[in-house]
Design a protein. Sequence first.
Length: 234
Amino acid sequence: MCAHVLVAEDDEKQAELIRRSLLAEGHTATVVHDGGAALDAARRLRPDLLVLDLMLPVVDGFGVCRALRGGAGPDVPVVMLTARSAEEDVLLGLDLGADDYMTKPYSPRELMARIRTVLRRGGRGAGARDEDPVVETAGISVDPVRHEVRCDGAPVECTPAEFQILLAMAGEPERVFTRRQLLQCTRGFDRASTERAVDVHIMNLRRKIEADPRRPARLLTVFGVGYKLTGAHA
């Protein structure tokens, strides 16, 4: 069951561990690091499931869950994560509509098993969506279910590694990704790749989505850091 999972976790190492575990399970993942971004991404992307840390900045996990269950976003299943194990916190999370709850530290394998259970219970995943979670930004749309990319409405043929890179960047427009982060997106498709190979993937993507690949307007270089997909395009 392939699903699109939104991960809201302010600890970047934990978020990356969850993202990599999800990719290994055959899912796609979008990562955000605060509650406001989680609500925005849930509304835009309509994921199949939200992995939600309680101790988030801007809006905490309780607030995110309360907003979603109050009609301020899609009715997405929620698995809550927290270091707070007090019974009242567990009960509050469940009362707010969380579908499951795990306390830190936790086993990534157990978390993946919990996610599978929640997805099966809700009938979510590929082939079970009411709407496909198409990611759109800057004239680019990426459909993780149909594995399709369109640029200004025209279909774009991508390799699996290019697709995963574009999906990650489109899910977080304006975020600057390092080569190492983008390389992780290709794992399972491009195992022999190195960080420098990411430059080749970016160059090939620019040929496919830019009017002038030598003067990119969408897929930009941030010198000394990495790359970003801009959310604005003339």
